[in-house]
Design a protein around this ligand. Structure first.
Ligand SMILES: [Zn+2]
Length: 445
């Protein structure tokens, strides 16, 4: 029997299906083309948290007869849009931003969409003491396809900021020059390709500590506090590099310490809130945020799931690797405590009669339900694999998976194949039970 809560959810899902006009259902952001490069020039306004700017999206058509370019909708006002010089009219349709092309484009055709826009990002900006920083929702402050995880593209950003401001974005700052009205333009460029959800930037006046390949920035802490709070980041990076079989992927890594409880990875840095690590360094209860976001440098950012349904490969593996760091640093009890917390979260979802295979492709009823599966159950499955295969084969499988797909995108089958190759075992039944389930998305049990 389904309980009443599930009935209500199913009824709401069905209503949503029937009320959507057919044209809306086809507006899938990123469908039919791959973005090869985003080039942006943005001017954020520190007081109002609004911005204005230009963006060029270079893309290649992947489906014959592409008749529209669809991106994730946002609250920005598009002031102009031109495809290879020809004006287009933007339409916000449902949750999508759509550019109808008139004449369909053939597969393989390359194009450049040039945009100018302004506005106040809905969720894209957060404020620390004085600084502004973006968090996860890149498509709120730029035009992109937020959930197109498998589409990795080049990214460069010119940030126009008041003179004397510091900036942080993806990759490295490759140039700084004088702009208009006493402003400065900082050019950031990523050396690797990343999906859009990993793009971001921050603007403020930051205290800064550099330690080898690591940098620590903050507008709410002085260098001594940064040094103290991030004292173990170097050891963590060495631990993850050994487990991945690969050095720190971007070469350099920055942690931006802000006010609040933020814990969010971006392509080559992480934003960490003071409240996400309230205790002293060296306390096993308090360093999960530092470890989790750093682990994403390998699992999530370097090896990226192809789609939201495979998101557990980013988050479950990273949650597990956070527990593995704790085991390495503090001992077995800290590992068990981390997995115990994951078990409790999954149990909480099951008590709400919600449980899905890890690669379930349906719509989760809440963020909590999605996290219980993709983060918590994902971590528990990695622990299960470790127990099943033994130390040598499991870690060899993880290295094979990470190195074999470095810079690329993955599905659950890639992890299965790496673990099978490392162990010489047939893992179809175990992956069917935990990961794939039945492919129609039907309820289990
Ligand atoms: Zn994460």
């Amino acid at each position: 029997m389904r309980d009443i809560r599930q009935m209500a959810w199913i009824a709401a899902a069905a209503a949503a299906l029937f009320s959507a006009a057919p044209a809306l259902a086809e507006d899938v952001p990123g469908a039919g083309f791959d973005v090869t490069r985003y080039t942006l020039a943005l001017t954020p306004d520190m007081a109002s948290a609004a911005l204005s700017g230009r963006e060029t999206i270079a893309f290649r058509v992947t489906e014959a007869g592409l008749d529209r370019l669809v991106f994730t909708g946002n609250a920005l006002t598009i002031d102009s849009a031109r495809l290879d010089g020809k004006a287009l009219v933007p339409v916000q349709r449902g949750k999508a931003l759509v550019f109808e092309l008139g004449k369909p484009l053939p597969r393989g055709r390359r194009g450049k969409l040039e945009l100018t826009y302004h506005g106040r990002p809905a969720r894209g900006f957060a404020r620390s003491a004085e600084a502004l920083y973006t968090s996860y929702f890149a498509c709120d402050w730029m035009v992109c396809a937020q959930d197109r995880f498998g589409d990795k593209a080049a990214f460069s950003l010119d940030l126009s900021v008041p003179k004397g401001m510091d900036t942080l974005s993806v990759g490295r700052r490759v140039a700084k020059r004088a702009g208009q009205d006493g402003r400065e333009i900082h050019r950031w460029r990523a050396a690797r390709l990343y999906p859009a959800y990993l793009y971001g930037f921050a603007v403020g006046r930051f205290a800064e500590v550099r330690s080898g390949k690591l940098a620590f920035l903050s507008d709410v802490a002085d260098p001594a506090e940064l040094q103290r709070r991030f004292a173990e980041t170097g050891d963590m990076a060495r631990f993850f590099a050994a487990k991945a079989g690969l050095p720190l992927p971007a070469g350099e890594y920055t942690q931006l310490l802000v006010r609040g409880d933020e814990a969010q990875e971006a392509a080559t840095y992480a934003v960490l809130g003071l409240d996400a690590m309230p205790g002293e360094p060296g306390d096993p209860a308090e360093d999960w945020a530092i470890a989790h976001e750093l682990a994403h440098q390998w699992w999530g950012n370097l090896v990226t799931c192809t789609a939201l349904r495979e998101f557990w490969l980013n988050e479950g593996v990273t949650t597990f690797m956070t527990a593995a760091w704790k085991e390495h640093r503090y001992g077995r009890a800290a590992y068990e405590a981390e997995l115990g917390a994951a078990r409790q979260r999954l149990q909480g979802a099951r008590e709400q009669r919600f449980d899905k295979p890890l690669a379930w492709g349906g719509t989760y009823p809440s963020l909590g339900a999605r996290r219980a599966v993709q983060y918590s159950k994902g971590a528990l499955f990695m622990d299960r694999l470790r127990g099943e295969l033994g130390e040598a084969a499991f870690w060899s499988g993880l290295r094979r998976y990470t190195r074999g797909h470095a810079g690329g995108t993955v599905t659950s089958l890639d992890l299965q194949q790496a673990m099978e190759a490392a162990s010489g075992r047939d893992l179809r039944a175990l992956f069917a039970e935990w990961v794939f389930g039945s492919d129609d998305g039907a309820e289990k049990g």
